[in-house]
Design a protein around this ligand. Structure first.
Ligand code: PAF
Length: 292
């Protein structure tokens, strides 16, 4: 595996690649990241992974400084998987001057859900991903692989690629989960043993919410007599938030949206849905989603 520390080293390593298959990451790799790399490998002629903890997507009070940095073990795992090129720039390589030009995603997609609770997050993500794309795909076409775990992120990046007519295919890989159903995440390592045992409650709450939403939709929305008098999605979502709160969580949102644009589900239409949630357990903020 070639380790490129600078943009010129990366360009030299990719000089003959006609179709890089790229997995951007912030490191601290776990089985979920490795699944993305495995999916990416056969999709291009050169498998490229980046490791860069992107300051632009962290709010001042968030965990930029303490975000786990595990470069040696990340390298060993990527090497074992047959990754061809690892791009691991320093901050001054990727942002030699303050990054004053930013990619501002559509507020309708980026200021809701994660964007409501982490203002500016998706501007930071889009800006760094655009920059990484221009480093990795300087020869033109390629494919980039993202996890479904960050559903809103992959949707916004798909829009970015379309709006800027980038010749890059985006592939989304289903979320990797622990045996109990907890979505794998670098932030799971912040959980205490008792929090870890409890953490699956977030995906369980989403499962329950989506089942009730589908039941409500099947009954046409306003005829859901079996749902204890709760007639609409707002009531179901409030119930779900209350349920998690009663278990000791501090939820930000639990909701069912249309997969296409994250707008509220329309109970009268049968269309692909996604239940999304974010909640804090102790000091750890977890997110998850389920497709329906
Ligand atoms: O999903 C992540 O790890 C990050 O948001 C990404 C896409 C690598 C951008 O920093």
């Amino acid at each position: 595996m070639h380790i490129a520390r600078t943009l010129s080293e990366l360009r030299a390593a990719l000089a003959t690649s006609e179709r890089p298959a790229f997995v951007p990451s912030m490191g601290n790799l776990h089985a979920g990241h490795l699944a993305l790399v495995r999916q990416a490998k056969p999709l291009g002629d050169t498998a490229v992974v980046s490791i860069f903890v992107n300051r632009l997507q962290f709010l001042p009070h968030e965990d930029f400084d303490s975000y786990p940095r595990t470069f040696e073990s990340d390298c060993a795992q990527l090497e074992a998987l047959g990754c061809d090129v690892l791009f691991a720039p320093t901050e001054t390589d990727l942002y030699p001057q303050a990054q004053t030009f930013k990619v501002q995603p559509d507020p309708a997609l980026a200021n809701i859900l994660e964007g409501e609770f982490r203002p500016g997050f998706f501007t930071g993500v889009c800006t760094v991903v655009m920059k990484l794309f221009s480093c990795v795909f300087s020869g033109g076409k390629g494919v980039a692989v993202f996890g479904q775990k960050d559903f809103q992120q992959q949707l916004i990046l798909r829009h970015m690629v379309r709006q800027f007519a980038l010749p890059i295919e985006i592939v989304t890989v289903p979320t990797s989960r622990a045996a109990d159903g907890l979505a794998l995440s670098s932030r799971n390592m912040y959980l205490s043993d008792s929090e870890r045992a409890q953490a699956v409650q977030l995906s369980a709450a989403l499962k329950d919410l989506v089942a009730k939403a589908l039941e409500l939709a099947a009954k046409g929305g306003s005829h859901a007599g079996s749902l204890e008098g709760h007639w609409d999605m707002t009531a179901l979502e409030s119930q779900a938030l209350e349920g998690l709160r009663s278990l000791g969580w501090q939820p930000d949102y639990l909701t069912v949206r249309r997969q296409a644009d994250l707008s509220p589900m329309d109970l009268s239409r049968h269309e692909p849905l996604v239940a999304l949630g974010a909640a804090r357990l102790g000091k750890t903020r977890l997110i998850d989603n389920l497709l329906a």
